[in-house]
Design a protein around this ligand. Sequence first.
Ligand SMILES: Cc1cc2nc3c(=O)[nH]c(=O)nc-3n(C[C@H](O)[C@H](O)[C@H](O)COP(=O)(O)OP(=O)(O)OC[C@H]3O[C@@H](n4cnc5c(N)ncnc54)[C@H](O)[C@@H]3O)c2cc1C
Length: 448
Amino acid sequence: MDFSVLYIGSGQATWNGAVPLAKTGVKVGVIEESQYGGVCSNKGCNAKIILDKPLQLIDQIKALQGRGLDGVPAVNWEDLMAHKHELIVPQDQHGKDRLDNVGIQTINGHAEFVDAHTVEVGEKTYTADKIVIATGLRPHRLDIPGAENFENSTDFLSLPHMPEHVTILGGGFVAIEFATIASAVGAKVDVITRGKQILKQFPKEYVASIQADLKKAGVRFIPDMEISHAEKDEEAGTITLQGPKAFELTTDYVLDATGRVPNHDQLNLEAVGVKANKNGIEVNEYLQTNVENIYAAGDAVDKTTPKLTPTAAFESRYLAAKFMGENNDPIKYPAISEIVFTSPRIAQVGVHLDEAKANPDKYEIEEASYDGDWYRQVENEQGGQLALIFEKDTHQLVGAAEKANAAEETINTIVPYVQMRLTKEQLNDFVYVFPSIAYTLQRRLPLV
Ligand SMILES: Cc1cc2nc3c(=O)[nH]c(=O)nc-3n(C[C@H](O)[C@H](O)[C@H](O)COP(=O)(O)OP(=O)(O)OC[C@H]3O[C@@H](n4cnc5c(N)ncnc54)[C@H](O)[C@@H]3O)c2cc1C
């Protein structure tokens, strides 16, 4: 065999486990057809946050007008994009170096299965004892006439100039984060959704508040709408969208953010009989497919766990520990945290707030507003909300949600508490830096 473990794809679901595995002397190979490091490093999380952060900063500056700050800096999208390129372009090489440096053989090209132990890349074949499918997702494209005029999230993250009128199809986290960015840069933004509810995985009350903020900023939401046809006017450079419900909208730019689909349809899985469906590769609780030596990790997997970087990295580390013989237990996910980078952010961990509200016999909820909190008033932040979810029987913390500028910091502080299922008493037993987000959080905790 050429390798002990051969990974297809080089994203978070690969390198987090492949690197420590190779460091123990295991012969590891990684096949990548595009950029090393995968979507998150090159065309996802990292690129997005570079474009988002300065815009959030501007919102914070706006909140302090007349309170020590005069004037709001203008956004220069072209410069911001250049800053993004400067940081993101090297990621591909960094991703490759990270693997090369620990002796992993990197193979450029598109991989397809030949048999359960053999993968083909162009003219060459590679054999391995174990194979990990970590091929991730690609943007979904609406299957309607004219959809070739739409752009996807990768295009948006390299948009050279912000169009005057941006229309976004979809209501998931990518759609709403990009609506936030486009609107902050000054575009007129329309968000078209098939249903009514955006950001379905986050607390409805917090989402309604974010949506109201976006509407106030001029973002138009068009719910319950199917787009059936699109036409480009080459001369005017505009795109006209039409729907079956006598709907017509002319815009400068259409971002198709209607979801992401697995890449496994391009792996020749038929050759090995690995079971997969429209959500991903089917695996058991060891991330093993129905073919004994073939595993899957990350976004490529059919799973209910959110398809995010931290979950992909966790699965990658789990598999590496399994391959090293350090862990033979089924995968046990810790409390999962999630965020949507709107302004303010919504972040959550563990049991969801809406689920807790729907089950008052099981959960106790402690809610707090940050209005009046002196530390939030430092930035003149309004409307921040926090919810802590305790299990009724044990009084242990099992979840939390926050809508605030620094929600990622609060929720990250809470992650270990939820993981350790601390009680209200135990939550008061920490001494934090003051003033700080964590200290503020502790003061919002119920006094016992
Ligand atoms: C716009 C955007 C923003 C995001 N923001 C966040 C965020 O803020 N926080 C967060 O946690 N997550 C975010 N995500 C999700 C995150 O990027 C993914 O969860 C993460 O990248 C999954 O890692 P992965 O290794 O499973 O797959 P990927 O990163 O998709 O890597 C798979 C790799 O496999 C390669 N590949 C596919 N097929 C083949 C083949 N046949 N042969 C060879 N190579 C192949 C691909 O080229 C790719 O590099 C975002 C995603 C997008 C699109």
